[in-house]
Each structure stands twice: as C-alpha cells, then as structure tokens.
Design a protein. Structure first.
Lengths: 506, 575
C-alpha cells in the first residue's frame, strides 16, 4: 500500500511524542514516589485510598483521645490512692484514740493529727488537672467541689465521656459526691414517756381508761380530761374546752371502745385510749404527760459493726402483794423491764443503777451493756437501734465531728456516731473510695486494650495504603529505562528514515 | 506537418504533466491537499484514406485522487476523537482539582472533625476551641475554592463554546462561498476545479473538528452540510448561522442556537469540540458541582441542627455554627462560619440529670440526644424540672413535668440499656388546664435495676437566672463528632466520606474512560488516515520518478520538433 511522505513524517513524530508522554509520566511517578498521580490513574484504588486514609486518621484520633482520657484517669487514680492511705491512717488513729487507756492529752494530740489529715483529704478532693479543671466536680469544672470541711457538694453529677474507639466511650471522671460522701450509721435511742392517767375524783364504778398507743415520745402536752356523761345521750366528753376542743364520743356500757384522739382534732396528742367498764355520771379521768425519769445508757459497746434489730425496753411497775384482795389474792411482782427485739423477749427486775449485759439475756441480742437508772413510769419505753441516714454526708464532716468529740472526750459508748461507730463509717468511706479506684483501674485497662486494637488497625491500614499508593521503585525504574530505550530508538530511526529520498540521488 | 503538431501536442502534454507533478511536489506539506494526476489521451486520428494516422496526445483531464468514502470516514473519526480529546482535557482538570491534596475535601473534613474531638476531650480549653474554628474555616475555604474553580471551568466551557460557534460560522460561510465558485466553475466549463474542491474539503474537515457533520453533494456541485439531527448549516450557496443562547432556567449556561430564531439544539449536537464541551459539562462538571453543593449543604444543615441545641461556654444557646446556605449562591460557594469567638462554640448539652441521694437501686438515666430547645432565648430545653420516680409494681417510671404526669414503661430485666423517646410521652391534663404540657424532644437511655421510689431529676443546664456551671460538659461535641461517620446524606445512606469518595470515583472513572476511548479513536483515526493518504497523499519519491518520466518525455518530444525541422529543411533544400 502506498504511503504519502507527509504520513511517514506524521506517524514517526506521533510515535515519538507518545513515548515522551509515557516517559514523562514515569518520571513524575518516580520523583513523587506515588503510583497514583491523579484519581483517574486508578479510580477504584483512589477511592480505596480515601477510605483507608479516613480510617487511619480516625484510629490516630482515637489514640490521641485515649491518651487524654488516660491522663485524666491516672491523676484521679493518684488522688484516690493518697486518699486511701490517709483514711487508713485516720482509722488507725481512731482505733488508738478509742482505747480507754489514753489520757486526755493523748486524745488531744491524736485529734490534732486527725484534723490535719482531714484538711489534706479536703485538699485532695479539690484537685485540679493540668488545665485548671477541678477533677471531682462533674461538669462544673470551674467550680470547687468542697469549699470547706462543713460545706455541701457544689459540683454536678456529669461524667465526661471520651471516645477511644469506634463507638467506644469511656468515662473520665467521677463526681465528688459519689466518692467522698456516704450515709452515716449511728446508734440512736428513742424514748417514749407513757402518759399518766389519774381519775380526778375517786372512781367507784368499774370504768377504766387505758392508753393503748402513744407515739408522742417525750413531748409534754396539756392534760386531757375525759368525763362520762350519763346524758342521754351516754357519752364521754373528751377535752375541757380550754386546751382542747371538747368532743363528745358516744359510749355504751360496758364497751370496750377505742378512740384515736388524733381523729377528733389535730391538736390532741397522738394517742389512742381504750374505754371499758360501766361508768357513772361525772366519772372523770385526766391524762397527763408521763413523769417517768428512766434512763438507758449504753456503757459498753463491744460489737461496733454489728447491726441488730431494734431493742425495746418497756418498764412495768411493781405490783404490790395483797393477800386480802378478792376474788383472788394479788401476788406481788417487783418492778421490771421487759426487753424485746421482736424475736426474743427477756425480763430483768429493775434496780436503779443496775447494769444489764444484753447478749447474756438472749443470743439474738447485740453485745451491748446498758445501765438502767432513774424512776421510770409504767409503760415508759426506750428503743435502741442502728439507723442509717437517708442522705449522704461528706467524710470530712464525719471525721471533723469525731475529732471535735475526741477533744471534748465525748467518745464513749453512748456518743454514737463518734464512738466505735465512727470506725464503721470510716470503713464505709474507705470502701467507697476503693470501689471508685477499682472503677478507675477498669477504665484504664479498657483504654489500654482499645489502644492496642487501634494501634493494630492503624498499622494494618498504613500497610494497605502503602500497597495501593506507593510506587514499586524496582518496576518503575526498569520501566523508565525501557521507555528511554524506546524513545532513543524512535528518535534514531526517525533521523535515519527521513534522510531517505530519491531527490538525493537525482 | 502533422509531425510538428504531434510534437507540439507531446510537448504541451509533457509540460502540463510536469507542471502538475511540480504542483504535487510543492504541495507535499499542504493540509488537505489531494494529489492530482494528469490523464492523457490520444487525439483523434486522421483518416488518410485506407488507414488512420495518430495525431498525438492531449491532456484529457487533471484529476485529483480523492475517495469520498475514506474522506467521510476520516471526518467521522476526527469528530469523535476531537470530542473525546476536549472531554478528556476538561475532565482531567476536574480530576486534578479533586485529587489536589491542598484542596482535598477528605482531609479538610478530617481536620475539622479531629478538632471537634479535641474539643470533646477538653471542653474548657480555649486553644482547642480556637483550632476547631480555624479548621472549620479552612474547610469552608476549600469548599469555596472548589466551587469557584468549578464555576471557572463552567465559564471556560461557555467561552470555548462561544469561540467554537464563531469559528463554525466562519467556516460555513467559507463553504457557502466555495459552493458558489465551484458551481460556477462546473457550470462554466464542466471540468472539476480541483483546488477549489480541495479547499472545500479542507474546510469540511476543519468543520468536523468542531461538530459531527453530514455532507451531501448536490448535482450542481455544491455540498450541503448538516449538523445534529438534520439542521443544515450550509445549503447551496447560503450559510445558516449557529449562535450562542442561554437556557432560561439557568442563564449561566451557554447553549447552541440555530437559525434566526435561535432554537436550542444543544441536545442534538454531537462530536467535535462542541460535542465534547457539551458532554463534559453535562457529565462531569455539573454533577461535580451539585455533589459538592450537596456535601456543603449537608454539612451546614447537620452541624447547625446539632449546634443550636447545645450550650456555649457563656451559657447561651448555640445558634448557627455555619451561616445558613444562600440559595442564590448555593452551598459550596457560600459556606462560611457564623461564629468568631471560640467561647461561642456550643459543646455542652442543655439538660443534665442527677439521681437522688436516697436511691438504693443500681439504675441509671442518661440523656442521649436533644432535638430542640423549648426556650432558645433562655437556653433552656425544658420548661421546668422533670422527675422520674420508679414504680416497681407497674415496672414503669412516673414522669412528672409541669404539674402533670406520664408513664414511661421500663422493665429492668428486658429494657436495660434501651433508648426511649421522650417526645412520645402522653401527659395528664388536670383542670383548669385544657392542654397537656408539650413532651420534651429528647431521648434518654435507661439502665440497671431501680428499686421502688428511686428517683431521677432532669433539669436545665442554664438555671432560671442564666447561670451556667457545667462548663466541662462535652456531650454536644461528641454528637457533632459523630456526624463524621453518620449516614446522613442522600436519604440517610451515605456519610460525608462516602459521598465524596463516590464523587471522586465518578470523575476519575469518566476521565479514565475518556482517556482510553480517546486512544482507541486516535488509533482508528490514524488507520483511516493511512488509507486516505495512500490514495490522496503525495509521495516525494513517486513524484521524483514522475519528474524524470515527464522530463524524458519532454526531451523526446522536443526531439520530434527538431527532427520535424530537419525533415522540412531537407525538403526545402532539395528544391
């Protein structure tokens, strides 16, 4: 087939230009070290690259986040560790202080050391991190959690989460009130004075009035008159119209009838009275505040951490013997205390100033020794129980209260919670802090594990990225020399072929 | 005597052939030149009474070696190759733009979201917040630059289209004039005016680099040229102009108009530079712009939605983080920051929850998401505190809000860790109220095992007096950070990274395809050119040989004259 001169020239020229273009591209690849210069060189590879870069970047960011989270938690761990040490030292001092062989001077010295440790604990709770943020005030990083030993928690309950992995959040702080506050256990005594009943006029009828339920404790109240009216209608008039509004209550002999005084009028003391028998007109009873002076004092409290069911002491008067009473002779019974914990009941004859060792009376009773004194009245009760406050109290306040009580020597068995119960409460606080420390430890572990996962992912992705985007230098350089040879050959053959012309020979 | 004539005819013929050969040689590098061949033919013989004596030679015609079919093939492949070439050039520019690391939206998004995470790690740090603003600004600028570059490409397409159309008009006018000249020449003496024909063919070739054209030869020698689907731009001796018009829906796009009424025929044109420009605009530039706009708008809307329900360091509601997209300029061009003070970044949630000191169960309540504030001016999400009290008999929380109650069922053994939407709560209506309070628009997560009467309280982070202390709250920053991988674009099926990756892939694939196709077309074109040239091209060696041939013929012919002269002289001298 014939070829035109112009075509020969064009064809050789375009071949050389093509070679040059390819050579230029290879050169650019080698000088940048990248196999993919533009996305169009390898569309699917480019998209893969974008995805891998994104994932790699995310892993790196998660690791940065994890570092910050770790730092915060390490600081918290340090504070909790120091707090634990201090609390343990305070406990040791408390045990030493409660030992009765101490002199007052010894106790003062111990109290001073406890106070100083307490101040340090307070300072620890107000620790700030490297940014000046308070560690233990939740989200309120600029607010000091505890202003002084007696103040309440000023922060909030926010917990800051930090993202350390895809979908993995870890908490990096704990609010102060979850760490430094706990409910306080103490031994309480509640007394109830049984109201006294006196007939104002000697009663010859068989009418009787008993107080059946009284919840007014030791509060005094104005006397309540209860007067029988034969009527008609037959009724008891309750109240004298002066201290209490008079309220009539219908009564049919021989009863019995129970009246809850608080349903008559809210000003009445909280009691119920039982009416029985057959009264005659104007029979009057008067109910007054009990005048008993019985006291129950805890003298030995050896079961410090023991919880027990509430112990109720009920006093019963002596019954004087009357062999002449009819129809049956009355046998004398000495005054006694009835002691019960709801399961077992024991009685002790009462002698003013006596000591009673409770656990010797019954095995279910706690290891307490009580001293009974005074002149209690019939029906007077004392309840001893271990109570837990509903609200939490800062351990600073608990410790401060104990230290102050120590200075004034009010740390006897009867001075709960500043006695052996203080050890219980300190142990509770210690346990709270140790729990928190365990949490922090768990979080640090989780962060560590997640870091390892992220590092592994990072490495894998870098490797994949490199495989896609980095140039294989060996292949590229051999391609370069091949192309250079090709270009040289094209150039040389061009010059040779162009010289061939018939006109050279004419 | 007849010998003199014969000799003269041979001389003239040889001269003519030499001229034609020289014409070929001198036009060896002329674009579109078709070599001319002299056809020689014997003259009519004389009858000398019993026999014919030949009377020499004359040139019957000078023909150009031209193959219609091959010429058409060359034009078709030229158009296609040129279209792909133009397409490739622009597609490559868009491809380079998207591949440039300093403009990469991918690394811009990563930089921004990394800064968000750094703020989440350290909400009170002003430097970290400042970095977030700076990164957001950088990202906005990348969007802006991409938009302005793509706009520039669009404008470049417009201006190239304008130039191309003008050139087309000039060429079609030229063809019309040539039609006239050729018709006259043919009509005049019936022989084809080769050089005029060459010129016209050259013009048609040039035209096919701009558009795919169909050429139909008429009987009077003029060539009608049609483009698109039958629109004639050269009919006989008149040319019909193409023009540049705009689409009334979008006046920034130039289209191709036809004829005096400027009918928009863009959709019917293919091939050549014009076809390439129209196709690259439709298939590469426009989709790239709309995709990047969608990304920008997605960014603005979603970040703003989360930012408005957050609380700033100063205790105000967050408001917009980015300025809302300006519909006139579209998303990518207009995206910019709405805040300048790092303290104004809303990193905290508007509500906090706390549990009662007296709770004895293991239950927890966490606020998951907040979708609206009830009082943006006061930066409050709820109108008053909400309390949750657990009822262990009914296994539900009694929710008290604004004096009314609602029930939130929670079974500790099956529902721990589940998320509950508070906006579905139905509150009681206690007279004299006639409507129930609006349920708060937030979701919460309940965990653990609560005990009867365990309580939680939810209250505004900003109290009634405007005080805000929860400065270490990073929950809103975590939510904004989650946007990086959340599937929120394109009907909740793609994340930002996915969307951008698809865009890059589309442009890259199109560019790559165009490259590959263009190489194929070029190969086809070269092959066709080869065949065409083999018919019409000048080969210098061949012409050199022809020169020798005709030169010898001329020399021999001049010898005829000499001999004729000698014979005549012999005759004269013999008298």
């Amino acid at each position: 087939m014939r070829v035109s001169t112009a075509y020969i020239f064009d064809q050789n020229l375009s071949a050389m230009l093509n070679q040059q273009t390819e050579l230029g591209k290879t050169q650019l690849q080698i000088s940048t070290g990248k196999r993919i210069l533009n996305p169009s060189d390898d569309p699917s590879g480019s998209v893969q690259m974008l995805n891998l870069q994104r994932e790699f970047n995310l892993s790196e960011q998660y690791m940065t986040n994890a570092d910050k989270a770790e730092n915060k938690q390490i600081i918290e761990e340090g504070v909790l560790a120091s707090s634990t040490d201090m609390l343990q030292r305070i406990r040791e001092l408390a045990v030493q202080a409660l030992n009765s062989s101490n002199t007052q001077a010894d106790k003062q010295a111990i109290a001073a050391e406890i106070k100083q440790l307490n101040e340090q604990l307070l300072a620890l709770s107000n620790t700030r991190d490297s940014n000046g943020d308070y560690l233990f005030s939740g989200f309120a990083s600029n607010t000091q959690p505890y202003q002084n030993l007696n103040s309440d928690y000023q922060g909030d309950e926010g917990q800051r989460n930090i993202q350390v992995g895809a979908g993995v959040l870890v908490e990096t702080n704990d609010p102060g009130n979850q760490i430094f506050e706990s409910p306080v256990i103490s031994t309480t005594k509640t007394s109830t004075l049984a109201p006294a009943i006196a007939p104002t006029l000697d009663i010859t009828s068989t009418a009787q009035l008993n107080v059946s339920a009284y919840t007014g404790g030791t509060a005094t109240f104005s006397p309540v008159d209860v007067t029988y009216q034969a009527g008609p209608p037959t009724e008891y008039l309750i109240g004298d119209g002066v201290n209490y509004p008079q309220v009539p209550v219908a009564y049919t002999a021989p009863g019995p009838l129970t009246v809850d005084l608080s349903t008559l009028d809210p000003s009445y003391p909280p009691m119920s009275i039982d009416l029985s028998g057959t009264p005659i007109d104007t029979d009057t009873f008067q109910i007054t505040t009990g005048a008993g002076t019985g006291q129950v004092e805890i003298t030995i409290d050896s079961g410090v951490s023991e919880t027990f069911s509430p112990i109720t002491f009920t006093f019963h008067e002596e019954i004087v013997a009357d062999p002449l009473a009819l129809p049956v002779p009355i046998v004398g019974v000495p005054a006694y205390y009835e002691i019960t914990d709801g399961t077992n009941t024991a009685t002790v004859d009462y002698i003013d100033g006596m000591s009673v060792d409770l656990d010797s009376l019954s095995t279910s009773f706690p290891q307490l020794t009580v001293k009974l004194t005074g002149a209690p009245a019939e029906g007077d009760t004392q309840v001893i129980e271990k109570t837990v406050t509903e609200n939490r109290q800062t351990l600073f306040k608990t410790i401060e209260n104990f230290a102050n009580a120590l200075i004034n020597n009010n740390v006897g068995p009867d001075d709960s919670p500043n006695n052996g119960d203080f050890l219980t409460n300190i142990s509770t606080s210690l346990a709270t802090i140790i729990d928190a420390r365990a949490n922090v430890g768990a979080r640090l572990n989780a962060i560590e594990q997640q870091n390892q996962i992220n590092e592994g992912l990072s490495f894998t992705m870098q490797k994949s990225l490199s495989e896609i985007q980095d140039l294989d230098y060996a292949e590229a350089i051999s391609r370069l020399s091949l192309q250079m040879t090709g270009l040289q050959a094209a150039q040389q053959s061009f010059s040779k072929v162009q010289n061939l012309s018939l006109f050279n020979y004419l | 005597m007849s010998m003199l004539n014969v000799g003269a005819s041979a001389l003239i013929t040889a001269q003519g052939s030499l001229s034609t050969t020289s014409h070929n040689i001198s036009n060896v590098n002329t674009e579109g030149y078709n070599r001319q061949i002299v056809e020689q033919g014997t003259r009519l013989p004389n009858f000398e009474g019993g026999y014919y004596i030949g009377s020499g030679v004359n040139i019957t015609s000078v023909e150009r070696r031209f193959d219609d079919f091959l010429a058409d093939q060359v034009r078709i492949f030229t158009s296609q190759e040129q279209q792909l070439d133009t397409f490739s050039a622009f597609a490559r520019q868009v491809d380079d733009l998207l591949g440039a690391p300093e403009l990469s939206l991918s690394s811009g998004l990563q930089g921004f979201f990394n800064a968000v995470q750094d703020v989440a790690d350290d909400p009170t740090s002003i430097p970290a917040r400042q970095v977030m603003l700076t990164e957001a600004d950088t990202l906005s600028q990348r969007f802006n630059t991409l938009d302005s570059q793509l706009t520039a490409f669009s404008e470049q397409v417009n201006s190239n289209l304008d130039t191309a159309i003008k050139d087309v008009n000039v060429i079609s006018a030229g063809i019309a004039n040539l039609n006239k000249a050729i018709t006259e020449a043919l009509g005049g003496n019936g022989t084809p005016p080769n050089d005029l024909l060459d010129q016209r063919d050259r013009l048609i070739n040039e035209l096919s680099t701009y558009l795919s054209v169909t050429s139909i030869e008429q009987s009077n020698g003029s060539m009608n040229i049609f483009v698109g689907k039958g629109q004639g731009i050269v009919v006989g001796q008149s040319a019909i102009e193409l023009s540049v018009t705009t689409d009334p829906a979008d006046t920034s796009r130039f289209e191709v108009g036809y004829g005096p009424s400027n009918i928009n025929i863009s959709s019917q044109l293919t091939g050549g530079t014009v076809g390439g420009l129209l196709t690259v605009r439709q298939d590469v530039i426009d989709p790239a712009r709309s995709e990047i706009d969608a990304l920008a708008v997605g960014m603005i809307d979603n970040v703003n939605a989360q930012h408005t329900v957050g609380i700033t360091l100063s205790g105000n509601a967050g408001g917009n983080f980015f300025e809302p997209a300006d519909p006139a300029i579209q998303g990518a061009g207009s995206i910019r920051l709405a805040i300048t003070d790092p303290r104004d970044i809303a990193v905290a949630f508007p509500v906090v929850s706390s549990k009662s000191q007296t709770n004895t169960g293991t239950a927890g309540l966490e606020i998951n998401t907040v979708t609206a504030l009830s009082n943006p001016v006061a930066a409050q999400a709820i109108n008053s505190d909400i309390t949750f009290s657990f009822d262990s008999v009914a296994n539900s929380y009694t929710v008290s809000y604004q004096g009314e109650t609602a029930t939130l069922p929670y079974n500790p053994s099956t529902d721990s860790g589940k998320t509950f939407d508070m906006s579905t709560l139905v509150f009681s209506i206690t007279p004299p109220a006639v409507t129930a309070p609006t349920a708060p628009s937030m979701t919460i997560t309940l965990t653990g095992v609560p005990v009867e009467a365990d309580q939680f309280t939810m209250s505004n982070s900003v109290d009634g007096l405007g005080n805000f202390t929860a400065v270490g709250d990073n929950r809103n920053a975590l939510e904004i950070g989650d946007l990086q991988i959340a599937k929120i674009l394109n009907g909740n099926s793609e994340s930002f990274g996915d969307s951008y990756g698809i865009l890059v892939a589309n442009v890259a694939t199109r560019t790559h395809q165009a490259d590959v196709n263009q190489k194929t077309q070029k190969g086809l074109l070269e092959q066709t050119n080869l065949r065409y040239e083999s018919v019409s091209g000048v080969n210098l060696d061949e012409e050199a040989a022809s020169l020798i041939k005709y030169q010898q013929a001329y020399q021999a012919a001049s010898q005829i004259i000499t001999v004729s002269n000698t014979v005549f002289n012999s005759l004269i001298n013999a008298m």
